[in-house]
Design a protein around this ligand. Sequence first.
Ligand code: NAI
Ligand code: MG
Length: 335
Amino acid sequence: MVKLLHDKDADLKALKGKTVAVIGYGNQGSAQALCMRDSGVKVIIGETKILGKKPNKSWQKAVADGFDVMPISEAAKKGDIIHMLLPDEHHGPVYETQIKPQITKGKTLSCSHGFNIVFKQIVPSKDVDVILVAPKSPASEERKAYLAGFGVPGLVAVKQNASGQAKKVALAMAKAMGFTKAGCLECTFEQETYEDLFGEQTVLCGGLVELMKAGFEVLTEAGYPPEMAYFECVHEMKLIVDLVYEGGIQKMNSIISNTAEWGEYEVGPKIITPAVKANMKKALKSVENGDFAKKWLKESRSGAKTLLAKREELGKHPIEVTGKKIRAMFESKSK
Ligand code: NAI
Ligand code: MG
């Protein structure tokens, strides 16, 4: 059984006198930097003022939030812990050009997803510590939980421990972000990376979206009103998942009707058939052998054309068009 680490297992003293340079003030960067600063950690922000050809909103946001914001290489120079929170596909090139020259002996390279270390897009020198501190949550929920005096669960991992202090530093960062209030697991970089990619592809994002879309399409193609199909297959998803989150599947089952519970046992396995599990196994293999990473990096480096096309296509799908209409209705009611 893995051990859940809590506040008592971590000590903020490991960060005393150290500066954490958060590289990238996006979703995770902003949430994590704000939480660490609120916990008394010295945080600076490394960002890019002009991204592509446009002024970068993340830079402006970090300034508005009261941080000392500077170019990435300068932050990497000033920081003792360089916590990389850029989109994963950009870590490699940014590390090579702006971070590597600054990450000298004794410093710590940190991240919230092991992708670039595991798939060797970043190969740090042996005299630095390499750690991972990751929330198991989207950024908005992470910040909300912290402000509510709690936290979301997290993971910590150590890849290189040149100083002998790597785990202490990782746990202190996890504590500063509230993760050890909910509970933090120690794992390896490989476990975090493979499990995270597998989860988002097959269950959380890929699986969930395809499941909702299929249900919505079946109902609307059979002539049911799209608004009703949306309530049924998308909107209610949150209410059901909230119950599972609170008390597990049995708690959810004890609150839905007996008819719904019977349908779950009788029909569920006919929908998510053994073939689905076989496909999931294939997805896990392609994550573990690096095929998925190779394909994604190739896509991203050739302009992410397929990603952008899919994004646009989804915006036109009736499920999204209907959802927008429904949310507008809710909003006008609450005004
Ligand atoms: P994000 O998409 O919000 O981007 C972060 C910032 O990076 C942007 O605001 C932008 O200013 C900067 N940026 C973008 N492209 C750049 C480039 N080419 N060069 C320099 N700077 C650039 O990133 P997000 O989603 O917060 O992810 C950051 C890290 O956190 C990733 O490693 C991700 O896997 C990890 N993570 C993300 C979670 C999430 O909920 N979004 C959950 C757990 C981990
Ligand atoms: Mg993920």
